[in-house]
Design a protein. Structure first.
Length: 128
């Protein structure tokens, strides 16, 4: 059963953040800077309109940050022996006692595959 010894689980943590607050902050700061530093009224108004257009394009939806962690099932000869001798069932070998023993077993453990931790720094946008 080589496959069992190569069993992995990926656990991911997702953080969803509304785009609107950041888009509003950027628009407000751009508007403030335009009013402070651009003296020509037409150019100032154009800059404010660009800030508003950018806000309208960016405010909808959410940004998503993920962290994923890779875990590997700890599987060795002694665990395999207990599994097949005490817990294994198939159509020809059904047992309530074995099912209960499997359900209550604490021998199945996972180890964190540290080099395979995947922080995702991309910012995919999800539109509402």
């Amino acid at each position: 059963m080589e496959l069992i010894g190569n069993t992995f689980v990926v656990v991911s943590n997702f953080k969803f953040v509304s785009n609107e607050p950041a888009a509003a902050l950027i628009r407000d700061q751009a508007t403030k800077k335009a009013q402070m530093f651009i003296k020509d009224a037409e150019i100032q108004q154009a800059a404010i309109e660009v800030a508003e257009t950018a806000y309208q394009a960016a405010k909808d939806g959410y940004s998503v940050w993920t962290n994923s962690f890779l875990f590997k099932l700890i599987w060795n000869d002694s665990i395999e022996a207990v599994f097949y001798n005490d817990l294994w069932m198939d159509k020809g070998n059904m047992s309530d006692a074995r099912k209960t023993a499997f359900d209550n077993s604490t021998m199945f453990k996972m180890e964190w595959e540290l080099p395979h931790t995947i922080p995702d720094s991309t910012w995919p946008q999800m539109q509402q």
